[in-house]
Design a protein around this ligand. Sequence first.
Ligand code: AMP
Length: 697
Amino acid sequence: MSDQTELSKRVEALRQEIEHHTYLYYAKDAPEISDAAFDSLMRELRELEAAHPELIVPQSPTQRVGGYVGEQFSPVVHEQRMYSLDNAMDFGELDAWLDRVEDAFGKMVDVCCELKIDGSSIALTYEDGLLIRAATRGDGTTGEDVTANMRTVRDIPLRLRAEAMDDIVAGVDSLELRGEVYMPKSSFEMLNAAAEMEGKAPFANPRNAAAGSLRQKDPHVTAQRDLSTFLYAVANDAALEVEGQWELLQWLREAGFHVNPDVELCTTKAQVRAFCERALERREALAYEIDGVVVKVNSFALQRQMGFTARAPRWAIAYKFPPEEKTTLLRDITVQVGRTGKLTPVAELDPVVVAGSTVSRATLHNEDEVARKDVRVGDTVIVRKAGDVIPEVLGPVLSLRPADAVPWHMPKTCPSCGSVVVREETEADYRCISIDCPAQALERLLHWASRGALDIDGMGEEIVSRLVASGRVSDVADYYMLTELELAALDMGRTNKRGQAITLGKTVAAKLIGAIEQSKTRSFARVIYGLGIRHVGKTVAELVAAAFPTIELLSAATEEQLAQVSGVGEKIAHAIYLFMRTPDNVDVIERLARYGVTMADALPLEGEEGEKPLDGLTFVLTGSLVQSGMTRDEAGSALKALGAKVTGSVSKKTSYVVAGEEAGSKLDKALALGVPVLNEQQLLDLLETGRVPEGEN
Ligand code: AMP
């Protein structure tokens, strides 16, 4: 026998030995040799293969890592669709399903109860006993090819054990086996602890960690993650000489797979329920996450009779555990400002593990909700989480409430920009309506640049976020201050192959500057829409622009006047009125006007040629208009829009002096000259009706 043959034999023997011990370790949970002895077998095999690369085959235990980069994530069509499971949310629904099974066969039949592993489903294809492909579930019909990564998962055999091959039906050369990839709880904790140390975002729960690890670009990364599997299905059960689920699980074990040991064949409802209750009791103690129990009609022949719905098999049901609840301390209630200005109270909790993931924050939705639940800072609160559901604060444990706990209220100003927040009567939410609020910057900037608004072609999310990040742009008026040079040099936050920062570049910059310039000529209605006033969509903006064709008119309009525009109700009128009276917004609008953005309808005012109610009258304004909060300029513009002239000094020709609070010498002069004086209320009435107060004329 040649040396080469000897060598091949030794290599093959080593492989078989290693596979055998891997099988004992994972599938049987009964190792026969020490880890050190196992490692030494591995080392010898590795050394032989390194010296004789021609002997390396993909199914060698040494090939679990690497080699297949690039083939991953291409689509894989499943041999049979990977269905989801119908859920039973309580024992009532579980019994109802068992009744349906009984009805289908006229008697109760054996059902196989298994733990529902909370991981990521996987389909493994073996051809002639060798693992050739691993795919995710994807949409059920087509998944992603994750073969290179799955090869690194130690508890799946790269080839099926010979004993099991005998049970494959003659002529079948390809088998698709299915199961769940999961990350043990302890490994998940360690992975997250490491992520935290490196300042990386942690995974939300072991399921996400498993799914994320499976879809790594680099299989070496997957190899470092502690992933395990439990197999429980075959795509085409006719391919195996097994009659039902119970036998299939035995076969999978024999073939070398890790199969969950908590399985039971049941024949009565009481047995099924007892299995579920036991699973629930043991849940916490298990090394991995489960989120329920899967009950399957055992016989494959009977399964076929029941068939599938469009979504799931009729012959199986997932009993989902009731949501898990824990208590923890409510340390604080903070306020988050959303991208649209909505203020959301958030419960800051002492971290607590609920249904497998650590919860330290939970939304409290709005002020009413906080009051309804009566949760206060310092309370011990009950936190609930059900499967995928977002954590929820259910309420306080009143007996543990500290004596000094006080009801919570929404702050009066925005935590992001300090602007006064508003709440509409009919709504539960408070909002920050400042156009200059950093928390809303991106959303507002994108809205301004969007098609229906100012339509700045090319100003998309990536560029806008970079502009915001660079500090160059924080509100919509800043767009008009940008120069071509600084746009061209904008750091896009990425580097090229040589490690140099990628910038926006001259060509795109020039185009953008052109587009910004162009945007100045859009209609006034689009400007109104672009400002992002709450409830003001395109149609409302057009109606408003038609009724108040200049920014001066719009700024001066009272709520009542706005509400009179057909199509504009009180709610919208209120929103516009408030928006136009928020100092930051006034400031941005003034800047936009200064930079040349349209602030009036191009068309002449309807009836402009005709008479206006205050034609021929001259007004002087003095003091401050505290009731309406209008500036003198705004009031002046509103008067002008009605045809009046507004001047700065009082003379005999002055028709009226409007005196606000703390009016000074102009009021004295008016009185001396006998010029009629209007107070603020009379001015507001005048603006609304277009008529001067009776007896004053
Ligand atoms: P769902 O995603 O909630 O519709 O539940 C269906 C999923 O449960 C399947 O796609 C499997 O990935 C998973 N699952 C976990 N354990 C089992 C099990 N023992 N039998 C069948 N499916 C399981």
